[in-house]
Design a protein around this ligand. Structure first.
Ligand code: ADP
Ligand code: MG
Length: 578
């Protein structure tokens, strides 16, 4: 497309009314997708526009749509399809603002969950631009309450998300029902195969405009990656949240299931967190979003497509719980933070087998992602204490504590010292979580169960980080001394593969947690309902344990035990990598 730089909207040949609206909205300069998209759409050809979230795609199609409405004609002249009710409302509101000085233009948002009778009444009055979700638009088409004979422009907004939500068939039937000579415009943050196939079928010789990547380098985003074992990712994430005091955070992962899992884990640990993905119903989505925007929820966990088009600003950071499968996704994800001159943090938790994807991202973005040091448990407690002291001081300064001043006296009657009393209160209020992972057992630089390498890499690990924070006893050979009970011993299997038909599981508790084989047998048998005698060899190390269980029960045991406790201690469980 054009390479000239367009500095103002007035260079785009727009009407006075539009320019006035833009000034009032505070838009001074077209964004790249607008600078290229507006002339293309105004020119009348079909257009495919690709640009990341938050780059102003709405106005890129909204302005030309407005310019082409004939007010004297009462028929629907433009249809904009959006994936969700929330986006339909957002888009219709933005169009309304752009149309402020276009007297008489009527815009209606049509979406599920809203009274269809009300929608029918306002459609009857005559609407020029319909912004709707595919399901509800189909509904109106079938009832003949929406007629598209005079539609001249058809827009598919956030096409990738619409397809992800399963609207493909609806979209295709709607497109098939539109007048042949209409103009079709498709905007999307990513271009997938299904989108390309829709464009091939329904778009006529489209102009392709692609604006990606360019915003990354000049944005104020601190990008850091942490090399973390998969099962320690959650622990590391919460440490980062605590350490950097992230109060408005978007966490990305690759699957819907993972979203649910992470949300549950975070909630269990006391973080105000909710998830958003394509399987949620409209009502649930709106709920989740309004709580996040209001700050009631501080952590939003999302899949890539679900986060698309959500207009949230003021994020402290973005965490990539999984490394995205597509380099462009990375750009979209981290672009959600550090907007509008504010600084933002983008942390990526990288498992060993994700390392190569991170390299691909570095190649693609031409940015070297710095390697971070996982905050130690002491760091976290220190930070929490400092914040606690701050908040107490602030409360005292705010006054009105008189009513509570006899509490200390009451507590002292219990016979404890002031230090103990305050310590207990601090612990309760700060809610410092249990240290579920030994500092030295979170990074995959160490090879678990691999003696020689382990000690060596453990030393390397220490040196790189200045040493003192890490528990050096971990490197000693004595932790391979095993305890055994009854029939479950046998040096023959030491370090070897589990017996046929057995699966070896890794448990995050060990001798340091005063765990004995009988505790493990008891917990597993009790929680997952498998007979204790079917449990095989148990090897207890300092900070973790290997347990062999029958292959067919491994999943059930993991489900029953993961996040559960043994002797009051939370345990993470995973298939051991042997
Ligand atoms: P997208 O659809 O690409 O995700 P939106 O159209 O929702 O992006 O725009 C994101 C935000 O940027 C909105 O709040 C919008 O009002 C604002 N915006 C769009 N274009 C401009 C512009 N040229 N100048 C300033 N702000 C803009
Ligand atoms: Mg949009």
């Amino acid at each position: 497309m054009t390479t000239e730089i367009i500095e103002s909207f007035s260079e785009l040949g727009l009407s006075e009314n539009t320019l006035k609206g833009l000034t009032e909205m505070g838009f001074t300069k077209p964004s790249p997708i607008q600078a290229q998209g507006i002339p293309a759409v105004m020119g009348g050809s079909d257009v495919i526009g690709q640009a990341q979230t938050g780059t102003g795609k709405t106005a890129a199609f909204g302005i030309p749509v407005l310019e082409r409405i004939d007010i004297s004609n009462n028929a629907v002249q433009a249809l904009v399809l959006c994936p969700t009710r929330e986006l339909a409302v957002q888009v219709s509101e933005e169009l309304g603002r752009l149309a402020k000085f276009h007297r008489g233009v009527r815009i209606e948002a049509i979406y599920g969950g809203d009274s269809i009778e009300r929608q029918i009444r306002s459609l009857k009055k005559g609407v020029h631009i319909v912004v709707g979700t595919p399901g509800r638009v189909m509904d109106h088409m079938e009832r003949r309450t929406l007629k598209f004979d005079e539609v001249r422009m058809m827009v598919l907004d956030e096409a990738d998300e619409m397809l992800d939500m399963g609207f493909r068939e609806d979209i295709e039937s709607i497109l098939a029902d539109m007048p042949e000579d209409r103009q079709t415009i498709l905007f999307s943050a990513t271009m997938s195969k299904p989108i390309m196939s829709i464009t091939k079928r329904f778009l006529n010789d489209p102009v392709l405009i692609k604006v990606v990547r360019n915003e990354l380098t000049n944005q104020n985003i601190e990008q850091v990656c942490y090399e973390v074992k998969p099962q320690a990712k959650l622990e590391v994430m919460t440490r980062l949240i605590d350490m950097y005091h992230l109060k408005s955070l978007l966490v990305f992962c690759n699957t819907k299931r993972k979203v649910d899992e992470i949300v549950e884990e975070l909630q269990l640990r006391g973080y105000a967190s909710e998830g958003i993905h394509g399987d949620l119903r409209q009502q649930q989505r709106s709920n989740v979003m309004s709580k996040f925007k209001a700050g009631v929820t501080t952590i939003l966990v999302a899949t890539d497509v679900a986060a698309r088009g959500i207009d949230v600003s003021g994020l402290d950071g973005v965490i990539n719980f999984d490394i995205p499968l597509d380099e462009e996704y990375y750009v979209h994800r981290i672009g959600r933070t550090g907007r509008a001159g504010m600084s933002g943090k983008a942390f990526s938790l990288v498992a060993r087998d994700e390392k190569f994807r991170l390299r691909q991202i570095e190649n693609y973005t031409k940015v070297k992602i710095e390697k971070g040091v996982i905050p130690s448990y002491e760091d976290i407690v220190g930070v929490r204490k400092a914040r606690f002291v701050e908040s107490i001081t602030a409360t005292i300064e705010a006054g009105e504590t008189d009513l509570y001043q006899d509490v200390l006296e009451m507590l002292q009657h219990s016979g404890y010292a002031i230090e103990q009393i305050v310590g207990a209160m601090a612990k309760q209020i700060m809610g410092v979580q249990k240290n579920e992972y030994a500092d030295s057992n979170m990074s995959w630089e160490e090879k678990r169960g691999d003696r020689g390498d382990r000690r060596e890499s453990s030393d390397r690990f220490d040196r790189r980080r200045g040493g003192s924070r890490f528990d050096r006893s971990e490197g000693r050979g004595d932790r391979f001394e095993r305890r055994s009970e009854g029939g479950r011993s046998g040096d023959s299997r030491k370090g070897g593969a589990p017996e046929a038909g057995m699966t070896r599981l890794f448990l995050s508790l060990g001798r340091k947690d005063h765990i004995l084989p009988k505790d493990i047998v008891g917990a597993i048998a009790g929680e997952s309902n498998i007979p204790g005698k079917t449990i095989g060899a148990i090897d207890i190390y300092d900070k973790f344990t290997f347990v062999d269980v029958p292959e067919r029960d491994a999943k059930a045991v993991m489900r029953a035990m993961d996040g559960n406790t043994i002797k009051g201690k939370p345990v993470q469980i995973d298939i051991a990598k042997v």
